[in-house]
Design a protein. Structure first.
Length: 95
């Protein structure tokens, strides 16, 4: 059965922006050798788009809201990692 394009998560601007962010983080950290930092920030960035997609594919609006809340939490985690990297100068010295 073919999906109705109107209901797929790929049409959501918020998902597209989160997906673009995830790809950009991978690109920026391609040469980073701090594997722990790289793993943590890429996983949290991926979780933003993944949670939006999963919630959009659920049946009920309450479930969608729950997954949007998870996506917001993942965005906070990614921002926290960014602040940590700034404090430790990861992007300039370590990566």
């Amino acid at each position: 059965m073919k999906r109705d394009d109107e209901t797929t998560f790929e049409r959501l601007e918020v998902w597209r922006r989160a997906h673009d962010l995830s790809i950009e983080i991978y690109r920026l950290l391609a040469e980073c050798r701090d594997w722990g930092f790289k793993d943590q920030i890429t996983r949290s960035a991926n979780s933003i788009a993944d949670n939006i997609a999963e919630g959009a594919e659920r049946v009920g609006k309450a479930e969608f809201r729950q997954f949007l809340s998870c996506a917001k939490g993942s965005a906070g985690e990614a921002r926290s990692e960014e602040h940590t990297s700034e404090l430790q100068s990861h992007l300039n010295l370590v990566c």
